[in-house]
Design a protein. Sequence first.
Length: 247
Amino acid sequence: MSKRLENKNIVVTAAGQGIGRATAIAFHKEGAKVIATDINEKTLETLNKEYPNIKVKKLDSTNKEDIEKFSESLERVDILFNAVGFVHHGTILDCDEKDWDFSFNVNIKSMYFMIKFLIPKMIKQKKGNIINVSSIASSLRGLPNRFVYGSSKAAIIGLTKSIAADFIKDNIRCNAIAPGTVHTPSWEDRVKAFKDPVQAKKDFIARQPMGRLGTPKEIADLAVYLASDESDFVTGVTHAIDGGMSI
């Protein structure tokens, strides 16, 4: 059986849990050499214990100095998968300046830093691939109580298209994935914060036309396609994977 990502060197952010973890595992199973990064060392240790061939590295994707140092340790990067994200709940009236700054710092500035320091390696190689995790709550669709989250995730789509346009002649592709609601540990934590978690879960599921949440593996399967040579003619595109939310 051929492995679609054999010998590709891939960096994955937010790989400790959820979409990032599932994608790091999927990349590994397809033959890639994966470096899984996260700010949470414990989740990385769990990942590495289960998959010893996945290299793990504690990394704060919002820290410019850390990323610069990390980039210097890499000889080659074929694919960068940016999965760092934070969900703020509320309207503009619930969003203080510190909430705005924090969300944009985590959701978009982290990708700016990662791409800024890793894309020169791709330019030198004359080939590269960047995949950014956005959201259906973005410029694709406005969702209630997702003001700053949707704003920052819309910025990811703009960033993706700009990178794709600027570096297409360098044989570098850049695409985005826009998931609907996905059943992840962070989603479970958000639900617990509601006054009625049981009803909150029902409400989340009810807004999905398919009547269920997505799974991290489903997002990872799309990421494998975008990381593979099968998608070599695809760049600058935002791929909705949302159970019909954007219909």
